[in-house]
Design a protein around this ligand. Structure first.
Ligand code: GTP
Ligand code: MG
Length: 222
């Protein structure tokens, strides 16, 4: 019985995600699902990306957390449309679902948006199971989490197109092998784009912004 209910939830989610995809295709809006563990640096990464690209493109943000609107408040200075989802208010879900994304799109002025970024809830498991209708999934994996996470949470990594290895400024203080994490990522997803970043120094973010800019342009031309 429980398995059937879960299957129904996932099926409905997939159905609505394809409606989201159609809306975005019609408006030529690019959408990113930004995932990663709690504290890996998703908000810091989004902050950097928007900072580098907001003169070129119009962004909108869907911020999801179990509780609080702290991340929305952190990003409010960019003066872009932000919708905060607090799952604590309706069931404490540990992932974003496509019906919520569809509702958010109904509330945005889609005529004046080039790119929607979803900050998913900090979690390396559940968000990977829920297709949202996005164009790319990006995982933020921070250095202090260890090199083994891609092989321990393979679905997160083999359903994503890019990984941001964040907090490289901490490398001198940790025993960490960049070769090992890269090998682990490639073992579960040989096609993965890999970026090394630090939100403290700004290292690597121009390259990430270039990657995203290219994808936004491609969607506009589609
Ligand atoms: N040293 C260092 N700290 C960082 C870096 N990026 C983020 N941080 C810090 O790490 C902490 C968590 O960053 P957030 O951006 O809030 O992480 P998050 O993934 O959005 O966290 P949740 O939304 O709670 O899941 C904050 O104290 C940041 O200042 C980095 O590149 N280097
Ligand atoms: Mg955050």
């Amino acid at each position: 019985m429980e398995i059937k209910i879960l299957k129904d939830i996932l099926n409905t989610n997939i159905q609505v995600s394809s409606e989201v995809k159609s809306i975005l295709a019609e408006k030529k809006i690019f959408m990113i699902d930004m995932m990663g563990s709690p504290g890996s640096g998703k908000t810091a990464t989004i902050d950097k990306i928007i900072g580098l690209l907001k003169d070129k493109y119009k962004f909108a943000l869907i911020e999801a957390d179990v509780s609080t609107s702290r991340d929305s408040e952190r990003l409010a200075g960019h003066n872009i449309p932000i919708i905060q989802i607090e799952t604590n208010l309706f069931g404490r879900e540990c992932h974003v679902e496509s019906t919520w994304v569809k509702k958010c799109l109904e509330d945005f002025d889609l005529e004046s948006i080039d790119c929607v970024i979803i900050e998913n809830i900090g979690n390396l498991v559940c968000p990977a199971e829920f297709e949202l209708g996005d164009d790319i999934r990006i995982v933020v994996l921070s250095i202090p989490e260890g090199e083994d996470k891609p092989v321990k949470y393979p679905v997160m990594f083999n359903t994503s197109q890019a990984v941001i290895l964040n907090k490289v400024d901490l490398l001198p203080h940790l025993q960490y092998s960049m070769d090992e994490v890269r090998n682990n990522i490639k073992s579960v997803n040989p096609e993965m784009e890999i970026y090394e970043t630090s939100a403290v120094t700004g290292q690597g973010f121009p390259e990430v912004a270039g990657y995203i800019s290219e994808k936004i342009q491609k969607k506009k031309r589609s």
